[in-house]
Design a protein around this ligand. Sequence first.
Ligand SMILES: [Ca+2]
Ligand SMILES: [Ca+2]
Ligand SMILES: [Ca+2]
Ligand SMILES: [Ca+2]
Length: 273
Amino acid sequence: MKLKTLISALTLVACLPAQATLITDPDDPRSWQGATVGTFATLFYGSNTLANRQLVVTNQLMDDSNFNPAGFSAASLVSATGVVNSGRSLDQPNIADGFDGSYAYSCCGVSTIAAAANGIDDLWVQTLTDTVGHAVWDLGFQATKAAIFNTIDHGPLPQEAIESTVYLSNDLINWTLAVTERVWMEGIYSDTSVLWDGFVYAVGTGTNSTFRYASIIRGGPGALLSDGDNEINGVMGLQGDFTPPGGSVPEPATLALLGLGLAGIGVARRRKA
Ligand SMILES: [Ca+2]
Ligand SMILES: [Ca+2]
Ligand SMILES: [Ca+2]
Ligand SMILES: [Ca+2]
């Protein structure tokens, strides 16, 4: 297949609707970078018991796939108090770049704070504040959920994966502690060798109320770890069905196809060479 044809075909399949790969077994033996069903049972419900692991399953909290943000608008940082240290993660997806599977990054000042905070990409910032309302993203519309895109910069895992707490507001004055409603274990890339992109999680108010702003503090009650140095790639407002407005998250079958396609491109490139 010609490269152009292949890319067109991939663009087509990338627009298919979402289908989650939810964890259904409270005793699922798998571990994602050190995180198990029990890790989330402890974080969300207080302890690692079968009853709490069953709550993780019943409430559809864990999704063993990735959240592909490509093509959708990220939220904008509108208050940057305490937001510092733009860094760049070095392992790129679908490329053997010598950083594969590592948390390597370059820091600091690799871009402006705004550029790092306003795109879902390889750039991140730290929200080194304990004050709600200091580091604030505008979701751009009345969102039902907000996706928080972490960056993992080092171990120990899984604690480094979620080291922030999110608060939600409509007026920048009254803030509600966010409730985590879904975690995508594989981050943003279908290339699962990339580790720094996990975990993406979606929060809401716990009801169906909508909100316009999300504030992120380091540590706090929503965090697995509170050692003071959280890394945030970006934020995105979502609709009630966990999809960004005007589109949907590609389903795993699509991602598998995309992976095959990219492998095909690799073969084509090697043949050319
Ligand atoms: Ca790579
Ligand atoms: Ca990943
Ligand atoms: Ca960190
Ligand atoms: Ca970013």
